[in-house]
Ligand binder design. Structure first.
Ligand code: UFG
Length: 339
C-alpha cells in the first residue's frame, strides 16, 4: 500500500506521513521545498524509524509529474497537500496562486488517470463556506463567493475534482480543514512558517520566544462572547489521522459516492483571546499582545459541525485546546534550542 503525499514536508503533510507510516503504509513524498525544509524527512525518519522516499520537484512541471507517476504507477492513492496557502499573498499575486494550485492539481489528476491510480484525498478548507449563515457549519452549507484568490483556488479545485471524478474511474475525498494548530508530541516536526507568520498560533509562540515583539489581536468588536473572532482550532495530529482514515476508506471501497466531502474540525469555536489564555495557562508565560483593528477578509466566526465525519469516518478530533497550545509551545522551544 504505497501512498504519494504531495507537500509531505509541510506542516500537515509531515504529520500525515508519520501517521501513514505508523499504520503500515509505504510513503513517497513529493515536495518542491518552497515552504519547507528537506531535513523534515530526517525528522520523520527519526519519529517512525522508516525513511520515506522523497523526490524534490515542482508539480506544476507537467513532464516531471508525468515521469514521476510512470515510475510510481503502483500507487494505491495520492494525498495532495502541496499548495500555496497565504491568504494575503494570494490577493497580491493571484496568478501565482491560480497557476500553482490549479496547474499542479490538473497535472496530478491527468497522471492518476493515465496510470490508473484510483484514489485522491484533497486538502480543502472551511474557507469555502465564507461566513456561514448557520453555525455550526455542516457539509451541506452553501459555498459562498471566495474572499481571496487562495480561497477561490480551493473552490475551483473541488469543482475540477468533481468533474474529473464524474468522467473517470477516479475516487476522491475532499477534506475541509478548519484551523490546524499544534505539533507532534515528539516536537521533531511542527509548524514552521518562513518569515513573519500569518497565522495566530505560530505568531503567539514566536512572540513568547522573543522572535516577535508583540502579537496584534485583529479586532475586538465582533459579535462573539469576548468580541474577538471565533474559529475551530484542531490539533494537527487529529487532522493527520483523518487522512489515514480517508485513504483506508477508499482502498477498502467503503465510499458512498465517488466524490465525498468531510469537515475536519472539533465542533467547538474558540476566540482569539481563548487561545491566548490557553497558551498562557499551559506555558506559564505572559504574552505581550495588543488589540488592533480587524484584518481585512477575516470572517467573524466559523466552527464545524463534525457529525458527518464522526459518524461516517468513525473519526473524531480528540485533543483539547490546551494540548494544542502546549504542543505548539514545546515545538517552538525545541526548534529554537531553548529546551
Ligand atoms: N489573528 C490575530 N493575530 C494574528 C494572526 C491571526 O488576531 O497575528 C486572528 C485572525 O484575525 C483570526 C484568527 O486569529 O481571527 C485565526 O487566524 P489565522 O490566520 O490563524 O487563521 P484563519 O482563520 O484566518 O485562516 C485559516 C487558514 C486559511 C484558511 C482560513 C479559512 O490559515 O488557510 O482559515 O477560514 F483559508
Amino acid at each position: 500500500m504505497k501512498i504519494l503525499v504531495t507537500g509531505g514536508t509541510g506542516f500537515i503533510g509531515s504529520h500525515t506521513v508519520v501517521e501513514l507510516q505508523q499504520q503500515g503504509y509505504e510513503v513517497v513524498i513529493v515536495d518542491n521545498l518552497s515552504n519547507s525544509q528537506a531535513d523534515v524527512v530526517d525528522a520523520i525518519t527519526s519519529i517512525t524509524g522508516i525513511k520515506p522516499h522523497f523526490e524534490q520537484f515542482d508539480l506544476i512541471d507537467r513532464e516531471k509529474t508525468s515521469a514521476f507517476f510512470k515510475k510510481h504507477n503502483d500507487l494505491s492513492g495520492v494525498i495532495h497537500f502541496a499548495a500555496f496557502k497565504a491568504v494575503g499573498e494570494s490577493v497580491e499575486k493571484p496568478l501565482l496562486y491560480y497557476r500553482n494550485n490549479l496547474v499542479s492539481l490538473m497535472n496530478i489528476l491527468e497522471s492518476m488517470i493515465e496510470n490508473n491510480i484510483p484514489n485522491l484525498v484533497f486538502s480543502s478548507s472551511c474557507t469555502v463556506y465564507g461566513q456561514p449563515d448557520v453555525l455550526p457549519v455542516s457539509e451541506k452549507a452553501p459555498i459562498k463567493k471566495a474572499e481571496s484568490p487562495y480561497g477561490n483556488t480551493k473552490q475551483i479545485s473541488e469543482e475540477v475534482i468533481f468533474d474529473t471524478v464524474k468522467s473517470s474511474k477516479l475516487n476522491a475525498i475532499a477534506l475541509r480543514y478548519f484551523n490546524p494548530i499544534g505539533a507532534h508530541e515528539s516536537a521533531k516536526i511542527g509548524e514552521l512558517p518562513i518569515g513573519v507568520p500569518n497565522n495566530l498560533v505560530p505568531f503567539i509562540t514566536q512572540t513568547a520566544i522573543g522572535l516577535r515583539n508583540q502579537l496584534s489581536v485583529f479586532g475586538e468588536d465582533y459579535n462573539t462572547h469576548d468580541g474577538t473572532a471565533v474559529r475551530d482550532y484542531i490539533h494537527v495530529v487529529d487532522l493527520a489521522k483523518a487522512h489515514v482514515v480517508a485513504v483506508r476508506r477508499m482502498i477498502e471501497s467503503k465510499m458512498k459516492q465517488s466524490f465525498e466531502i468531510f469537515n475536519l474540525g472539533t465542533g467547538t469555536g474558540l476566540s482569539v483571546l481563548d487561545v491566548i489564555k490557553s497558551f498562557e495557562r499551559v506555558s506559564g508565560e505572559k504574552l505581550n499582545y495588543k488589540i488592533v483593528g480587524r484584518r481585512a477578509g477575516d470572517v467573524e466566526q466559523v466552527w464545524a459541525d463534525p457529525t458527518y465525519s464522526n459518524e461516517e469516518l468513525g473519526w473524531k478530533a480528540m485533543k483539547t485546546v490546551d494540548e494544542m497550545t502546549a504542543s505548539a509551545w514545546k515545538w517552538e522551544k525545541v526548534y529554537r534550542g531553548k529546551r
